[in-house]
Write a protein that binds this ligand. Structure first.
Ligand code: ADP
Ligand code: ADP
Length: 217
């Protein structure tokens, strides 16, 4: 489902954020990505999402070599991916409901089916009773759940999350991880980065550890 072969990512300025990295995530797996700040976690996730391209090596997602895809094919591929990234801005000039509707608007979903999906996603993350609220009224943990609802509303087969628990207390962090686990249980392949290894260990899933763009034991 996700496979890196000898992937290097060099940013302008000469930093190799990833160096000859190879690993595989099977379909239906839930895998954690661990490492200190600057280890290359975000870079790895951005390559999987097709937001950035590898400098060398091969990135395969759903059996497609992302390096060989053109713009249109890449955006089509991205419809199968859900992203919970730190720079994914919540829009505060519209409701919780409309924020989650956004990805379906972009795909051009039929409105009634779209509304049904938005409510199903909000229900999943426990925010159905807040659908009419302005997101500014939500707590940090609730805003994170809103981002997760928005990431899964189009039912992606792969869910990528970049430090989704980074700013949350331990209890809230567990709630968020439980949500990812529930999506994994219905068959979604999940790749979640974090730097709190204690938190990850509770889940007994495989942990890929990065340090300076390399895998470490
Ligand atoms: P992490 O997510 O583990 O904190 P990143 O992937 O963000 O790590 O960063 C890995 C390395 O690449 C760091 O040294 C960082 O400074 C560098 N880096 C990240 N993004 C860029 C960029 N757009 N331009 C130049 N260097 C970058
Ligand atoms: P519905 O109840 O709207 O007909 P389905 O029967 O298609 O939905 O799906 C059953 C449940 O699994 C729903 O709650 C749906 O939200 C959830 N689900 C299925 N695939 C995904 C996915 N990729 N991401 C998130 N949730 C999903």
């Amino acid at each position: 489902m996700i496979q890196f072969d000898n992937v290097t990512k060099r940013y302008p300025g000469g930093i190799d954020a990833l160096k000859n990295l190879s690993f595989k995530v099977e379909k239906g797996e839930m895998v954690f990505l661990a490492g200190h700040s600057g280890a290359g976690k975000s870079t790895l996730l951005r390559l999987v999402a097709g937001i950035d391209r590898a400098t060398s090596g091969t990135v395969l997602v759903n059996n497609q070599n992302l390096g060989k895809l053109g713009g249109t094919q890449l955006s089509f591929m991205r419809q199968h991916i859900g992203l919970v990234f730190q720079d994914h801005k919540i829009l505060f000039d519209r409701s919780v409901f409309d924020n989650v509707m956004l990805p379906l608007d972009i795909i051009g979903f039929e409105p009634r089916e779209a509304a049904k999906r938005v409510r199903a996603a909000l229900d999943k993350v426990g925010l159905l009773d807040r659908e009419k609220s302005n997101p500014i009224r939500l707590s940090g943990g609730e805003q994170q759940r809103l981002c997760i609802a928005r990431a899964v509303v189009h039912r992606p087969s792969i869910l990528l999350a970049d430090e989704p628990t980074g700013n949350l207390d331990r209890d809230y962090a567990h709630d968020i991880m439980e949500l990812f686990r529930s999506f994994n249980q219905v068959g979604v392949t999940v790749l979640v980065s974090a730097h709190d290894e204690m938190l990850m260990h509770t889940y007994g899933r495989r942990i890929i550890r990065l340090a300076q763009g390399h895998l470490t034991p």
